[in-house]
Design a protein. Structure first.
Length: 414
């Protein structure tokens, strides 16, 4: 009797409709991967003889496969949202149990962990004080502590001095009288406690191709000479800059040491002032490079995620700092993963062992910040598949109806 074939066909069409309905229901779910029911035919076993005349006894569900094709990546207003462009999964930690997801909709917990809607914590590689990433992935935490200040120790300064200026006498230098020096420039520097001080440098042309360099900190001249009489306590030049006939700096070394005594309780400053690249030409004074290191303390203002998963924090003092790196995981057989709901999968024996590494490494995609990966469900195709499954269901129901009519005819035979 063909009731078995028709009944198995009804069950198969029902399973297909269930999968299609689930796909349609999740067409708006971020990171969702559509399912596809795959069938196989059924034949009765034969102990002897050829199977050339065998007729199958129906169909059965072979497996429900998930299609891990790339979904569309769209913009998001949440800077913590992330999308994977390519292979891999975000590795989540829920009370110590790992799970994997393509849904990158994350928020920041009050403790600073990056979490998804179900409370799982995004894992990655934390950096030590030397910037070395950890060996194994662990829950990422955004350190909201202030960035400690760094005292200024070096100052790279390139200036263009005017060779046509008149000569002056270095002994007459007075930082409060602009007629006693030729040019000047200023820049903020920082002590060990992050206090700002204004370091000014002054240039006095004393002879052809020669310039004396003076300095002041917070409008206090640097380098007093108590033995100078008169005038008493006249500032002493930090050094002399000499230029060649072509206008290039010939003083070697090009560095001068600027000692600064501070009264804030911080350690005194000793700044290496490097004039490398300075030039002397006819023309107006200019500064081509002015780069002191050091900075004040800063609060975390924002952070972003780069394509390689690096989480970069930006601070109110203009500095930036790497806070960690997102980890991605892939499997030899992603179809072997077990779906546990909430857009998450867990490892099984058939998926193979997880391979966790940084984004953009071998076999893994990149991470895109402020973006989400949409469901890969093609709604138009699913609606067409739904019509097809419906017709399959009706056709199998018709075979049962026809077989019933045939059986009724046999019963009515006299």
């Amino acid at each position: 009797m063909s009731f078995q074939q028709g009944l198995s066909g009804l069950n198969a069409a029902t399973k297909s409709l269930e999968a299609i309905g689930n796909n349609v229901a999740n067409s708006g779910t971020v990171g969702f991967k559509q399912s596809q029911v795959q069938f196989s035919d059924i034949y009765a076993s034969t102990l002897t003889g050829s199977g050339a005349a065998q007729i199958g006894i129906g169909t059965q569900v072979a497996r429900v496969a998930q299609l891990f094709s790339q979904g569309n990546v769209t913009l998001s207003n949440n800077p913590l949202d992330m999308a994977i462009n390519g292979n891999g999964f975000f590795r989540m930690d829920t009370n110590g149990a790992p799970s994997y997801t393509r849904n990158g909709q994350f928020t920041l917990s009050k403790e600073g962990f990056i979490e998804n809607a179900s409370g799982g914590r995004l894992t990655g590689f934390l950096l030590d004080a030397n910037g070395i990433p950890s060996i194994g992935p662990s829950p990422l935490i955004i350190n909201k502590a202030d960035l400690a200040p760094q005292a200024t120790t070096t100052y790279d300064l390139s200036v263009k001095l005017d060779s046509g200026e008149a000569d002056k006498t270095a002994a007459d230098f007075n930082h409060s009288d602009s007629t006693t020096y030729t040019h000047s420039t200023s820049v903020p520097v920082y002590d060990s406690q992050g206090n700002s001080h204004i370091l000014s440098t002054y240039y006095v042309k004393t002879a052809a191709n020669q310039w004396s360099v003076f300095a002041s900190a917070d409008n206090v001249p640097i380098g007093y000479d108590p033995a100078a009489v008169p005038p008493a306590n006249a500032p002493v030049a930090l050094g002399t800059m000499t230029f060649g006939s072509g206008g290039a700096l010939t003083t070697n070394p090009s560095t001068l040491v600027v000692p600064i005594a501070v009264t804030t309780g911080a350690a005194p400053l000793s700044i290496t002032l490097d004039h490398k690249g300075s030039q002397q030409f006819a023309g107006s004074f200019g500064v081509s490079k002015q780069l002191p290191n050091g900075y004040a303390a800063g609060m975390l203002a924002s952070f972003s995620v780069s394509n390689d998963g690096m989480i970069l924090g930006r601070y109110t003092n203009g500095q930036s700092n790497i806070l960690g790196q997102v980890a991605l995981t892939n499997f030899e057989n992603p179809n072997g993963l077990q779906n546990v709901g909430n857009n998450q999968w867990v490892e099984t024996a058939e998926s193979g062992r997880p391979r966790t590494a940084t984004p953009q490494s071998t076999g893994l995609g990149s991470v895109q910040s402020s973006r989400v990966e949409e469901s890969n469900v093609d709604l138009t195709a699913e609606l067409v598949n739904m019509i097809t499954a419906q017709r399959v269901y009706q056709a199998n129901a018709q075979t049962i109806k026809t077989q019933d009519q045939i059986l009724q005819t046999l019963v009515n035979l006299r």
